[in-house]
Design a protein around this ligand. Structure first.
Ligand SMILES: *Cc1c(COP(=O)(O)O)cnc(C)c1O
Length: 369
């Protein structure tokens, strides 16, 4: 069995077995020091050395939810915000739903599944009183990577808070919070970090910390960031937390350091992505040509059903790739390059995939005759 899934990904053996070594009660100085050390290292890899960084017992969507709830003031609250969302797929759509849920006025730049945001898309939104922009930098539903420089410039020109869901781009592509003046970065455990699902990490610029301390009035009791800010200085959390995943993180950070650090790690993912893309193209598989994250490669099918390819790979060979939802279910599938997979695994996947595609094509032809 091999997972080419965006997350939870195929974990590394030492990370998987980390709890066998035992662990400390979390209300101790020892645990607090470990947390501070791990979060500092993660923040450094995000280019966020001077940022406040907390972690939450929640999957990525829980963190997106808590960020909207804490960072934005909805209608009727102190200093009502007005948000702009880059909505290019199911994760962009999720930010729209969350803003709606918390009654934060917003507009969205709606993009087709294969479109990235361009300079001209921003033109109607200049000087229109927006206070924040939300983007899922890698829109995982189709694997397109937006241009952070372009987005950052728009936010600087218009003095917006820039809130980035970097969940599926972190540790697969370069990312730098301070360089692009990003105010909030959200990541979660089960993607590029290759840990168990259930933990999210959120980093904040100083001006966002100030905004939250000044205006933050979340609906949630459990996810009130002001409590998390106060506790994290000691490496603590207000409530019982994802102790086991924090130990996994410690192990993973050691693995990344051993590989040569963040840049070498990203290079490993990028090499796998390039290797897959080159071989897939040689086999005649179609890869959409929009800018892509190294996290995953989308494959486009117009002669057979992508959903059938996903199903056959799973049922016949225990090879798992991501299907797509909604309108693209029969057209697109996604192959992830994060996690403990090798070039040999990629060879196996592509070999089996071409067998399946050819069989499905022949069936279609016979069906026609
Ligand atoms: C995986 C992912 C999430 C989080 O989804 P959960 O299922 O809640 O972990 C959010 N945004 C993006 C871009 C993702 O890829």
């Amino acid at each position: 069995m091999k997972q080419f899934i965006v997350g939870p990904v195929e974990m590394y053996p030492s990370t998987k077995n980390v709890l066998e070594k035992g662990y400390t009660y979390f209300r101790t100085q020892e645990y607090g020091h470990m947390v501070k050390d791990c979060l500092k290292k993660v923040a450094d890899m995000m280019g966020a050395s001077n940022s406040k960084t907390i972690y939450l017992a929640a999957s990525g969507t829980g963190a997106m939810d808590a960020v909207v709830d804490n960072c934005m003031s909805g209608l009727g609250k102190n200093g009502c915000d007005k948000a702009l969302v880059i909505n290019g797929g199911s994760f962009g759509h999720r930010f729209c739903e969350l803003l709606e849920w918390y009654k934060v006025p917003y507009d969205s730049i709606d993009l087709e599944w294969d479109q990235v945001v361009k300079a001209k898309d921003f033109e109607p939104y200049e000087n229109k009183g927006y206070t924040a922009l939300f983007v899922n930098l890698d829109e995982t539903s189709s694997g397109k990577l937006y241009d952070i420089g372009l987005i950052s410039d728009f936010c600087k020109r218009n003095n917006l808070y820039l809130i980035v869901d970097a969940i599926s781009t972190f540790l697969a592509d370069d990312y730098n919070m301070e360089k692009y003046e990003i105010d909030v970065t959200i990541i979660s455990s089960q993607k590029g970090l290759c840990l168990s699902p259930g933990m999210s990490i959120v980093s904040f610029s100083n001006r966002m910390v100030d905004k939250i301390n000044r205006e933050g009035c979340p609906n949630s009791y459990y996810f009130d960031f002001k409590l998390y800010f106060r506790n994290i200085d000691r490496g603590q959390t207000p409530f019982t937390t994802t102790v086991s995943i924090m130990y996994e993180l410690k192990d993973m950070l050691e693995l990344i350091e051993k590989s040569g650090g963040k840049d070498s790690w990203i290079q490993i993912v990028q090499d796998k992505a390039n290797y897959f893309r080159k071989k897939a193209a040689e086999l005649g598989l179609k890869i959409p040509d929009y800018p892509k994250s190294n996290t995953l490669t989308p494959l486009y099918f117009d002669d057979v059903k992508a959903s059938d390819v996903v199903k056959e790979l799973r049922e016949r060979y225990e090879l798992f790739v991501n299907p797509c939802g909604g309108a693209m279910a029969d057209k697109l599938l996604r192959v992830a390059h994060i996690g403990n997979t090798t070039k040999e695994d990629i060879d196996l996947l592509l070999e089996k995939m071409s067998v399946i595609v050819n069989e499905l094509k022949n069936k279609e032809l016979q069906g026609v005759m």
